[in-house]
Write a protein that binds this ligand. Structure first.
Ligand SMILES: *Cc1c(COP(=O)(O)O)cnc(C)c1O
Length: 496
């Protein structure tokens, strides 16, 4: 079966998977969705015998049907290798009445690595398949995490360059250190004097600048995006839900066919959408529990049917979920409309113009797969504390939001189905908040000293990703004003 991709706002034209990955976003502003969700027609007992890489091939080959077996297997082998600190890639850890699916064993110790370690390979393969001769230039504006994960993924991948812009005074010391010490001849990291929005706006402008595109083309380059709406990031995320289920079957924790619940700490709605697609493929998932922090736009949406971004943006200790516009929700909305692209486009227009939209009662019925709730900052901290006290297991604030919401779900429903919690970051990435919750930390300690203290109480070694940057030399030190970003791009690419 061939799976093609169409836009959530389009007229039904389709493109191949490789074109959808190259384009990222459809020209009409919509997101690419598969024309059909393929079935996972492999028995769970058989999946239980497979490695992560083999599982990845089973899942991804069903979505990316214009990739050959050899191409896809090469991409998978290049992505899920020694960059991960465990051969299991995404291990399950049983603690406090649930299974934590640890998605943070890659290069930057957060779940973005699961997709960004394979996207560069999918993209360069897609470029070859479509006879693209130019080098691909990834442009990214980052508020911290995505930038580093994209840098780590694209570093030294032939046929690509990556330029990351970050707000010089808007990221944490560890985040900045992670980026400015990035190795790789094709990586460029540039601080800007403005804030994240200034960086993001300037990047979007460059993507739409036809004159700049022509200049780049003349010099043998073209822009692309590693944004989380790229289907090349979504499909690899379906894999680990299938993998988690098959591990549970393999370990005898569930019987093949038994349902599980999945809890996902959510920002852009990408990770939980992947779980939803896994369910549509036939993976026995009962409830998809959507966990938000105090930016609880999604909780309110599930409750009322109205998505309303007109509210204050709250800075929390789970910054990767501080989001008021969950871009990937559009893919769910599209399905809820019965794949009515015009209706979907109208709702999205209403969101961008008026800041809100409301779905119909009919559409609301389709939300029955989901349960939404949120955790306050206090509840998040309490959850880190309690999980540590009860199970000797230290979780990061994003994962804690999920664990806290799971507790609320149990109280609301008394549904004790076996549950997998997506654990999206290593506690070492957010040492300060974590130590605040589990121990008496000394205020004057720097983040590295806190990491040592965390290691002492948790018995988990400080990850390589943190050890490496402790002493690594700074390799990137350019800082520019936002309006000078296009000139900087031309300069680093050697275009005059
Ligand atoms: C990006 C991120 C999330 C949110 O994932 P979405 O796919 O945007 O919902 C959660 N936790 C961490 C640590 C992240 O980096």
């Amino acid at each position: 079966m061939q799976v093609l991709y169409k836009s959530t706002r389009g007229k039904g034209e389709t493109v191949t998977a490789s074109m959808a990955i190259l384009k990222g976003l459809s020209e009409d502003g919509g997101l690419f969705v598969p024309t059909e969700i393929p079935k996972l027609d492999v028995p769970a007992e058989k999946l239980a015998q497979m490695t992560y890489q083999e599982t990845a091939y089973e899942v991804m080959s069903r979505f990316l049907t214009d990739f050959t077996e050899e191409e896809l297997k090469n991409c998978i082998a290049s992505a899920y290798d020694e960059k991960f600190d465990t051969s299991e890639i995404a291990p399950l850890h049983e603690a406090n009445g649930a299974y934590y699916l640890e998605l943070f064993h890659g290069a930057t110790i957060a779940f973005k690595d699961m997709a960004l370690s394979i996207l560069p390979h999918l993209m360069t393969t897609a470029a070859k398949k479509n006879a693209v001769k130019n080098e691909i230039v990834i442009l990214t504006a980052t508020s911290g995490d995505t930038g580093k994960a994209a840098l780590a993924g694209f570093a030294d991948v032939p046929g690509t360059r990556i330029i990351v812009f970050y707000p010089k005074h808007g990221v944490s010391p560890i985040q900045e250190k992670q980026m400015v010490t990035q190795k790789g001849d094709n990586t460029y990291v540039v601080g800007i004097t403005g804030n994240f929005d200034d960086a993001q706006t300037a990047v979007k402008k460059m993507f739409n600048d036809r004159e700049l595109a022509a200049e780049l083309d003349g010099a043998g380059f073209q822009f692309s995006s590693a944004n989380s709406i790229n289907i090349g990031r979504l499909v690899p995320q379906i894999v680990y839900y299938v993998y988690a289920y098959s591990r549970l079957v393999g370990q005898g924790k569930v019987k093949a066919g038994d349902k599980i619940n999945v809890v996902v700490p959510t920002g852009n709605f990408g990770n939980i959408l992947a779980a939803y697609y896994a369910k549509q493929m036939g993976l026995p998932i009962n409830k998809l529990v959507c966990a938000s922090n105090e930016n609880k736009v999604l909780f309110d949406f599930f409750r009322t049917g109205t998505y309303d971004r007109k509210r204050d943006f709250i800075l929390t200790t789970s910054p990767s979920m501080d989001i008021l516009i969950s871009s990937n929700l559009e893919r769910l909305i599209y399905r809820l409309t019965g794949e009515d692209a015009q209706k979907c486009a109208e709702l999205m227009q209403s969101l961008s113009e008026g800041g809100e939209y409301t779905i119909t009662d009919e559409m609301k019925k389709g939300l029955a797969d989901f349960y939404g709730n949120y955790c306050s900052e206090e509840e998040t901290k309490e959850t880190i504390h309690n999980v540590y006290k009860n199970s000797d297991y230290v979780i990061d604030p994003h994962t804690a939001v999920a664990a806290g919401v799971y507790k609320k779900y149990l109280k609301d429903t008394d549904d004790h189905t076996v549950t997998v919690i997506a654990s999206t970051a290593s506690p070492y990435k957010f040492t300060r908040s974590v130590m605040d919750a589990v121990a008496d930390k000394e205020e004057d300690k720097d983040d590295f000293a806190l990491a040592d203290q965390l290691s002492a109480i948790s018995g988990v070694k400080v990850p390589k990703a943190v050890e490496e940057i402790r002493t690594a030399p700074v390799l990137h030190d350019i800082v520019v004003d936002a309006p000078d970003m296009p000139d900087t791009v031309k300069k680093v690419l050697g275009i005059h």
